[in-house]
Ligand binder design. Sequence first.
Ligand SMILES: [Ca+2]
Length: 134
Amino acid sequence: MRNGAFRRSSVVIGFVMAASLISGTGAAQADEIEGQGVEACPEDLLCLYENSNFNSGKDARILMTNLTIADLGDWNFDDTASSYVNNTESSVILYSEPDFKGKEDLAWGASQRAQMGPFVGDNEVSSLLTNPAD
Ligand SMILES: [Ca+2]
């Protein structure tokens, strides 16, 4: 009896792990939603908000990603971000030009900024590097 119960819970745990792999925590991804607020940003993703204060007051575009993106124009998000939430444990470098050029800002792991800056300003982010080597 005990042995059977143990085996059954192992199967459940295995299923949950497989489901989380498929749904993508940890998998490379980028996606766009409409929303607002810090809580709109899922765990393990960096979220760029179209407007300052995390789109406060009105749903607007949010680009959510854990990818390195050389040109945010590919996601129709070039020169768009006005605030961000880094809901990952790693730093992300934000650049004012495509291909990791121009001015740089460091978005620390588990940090947020209601207004872009100080180095890459409002509507300036054009590329981003996730998991930079220290
Ligand atoms: Ca903007």
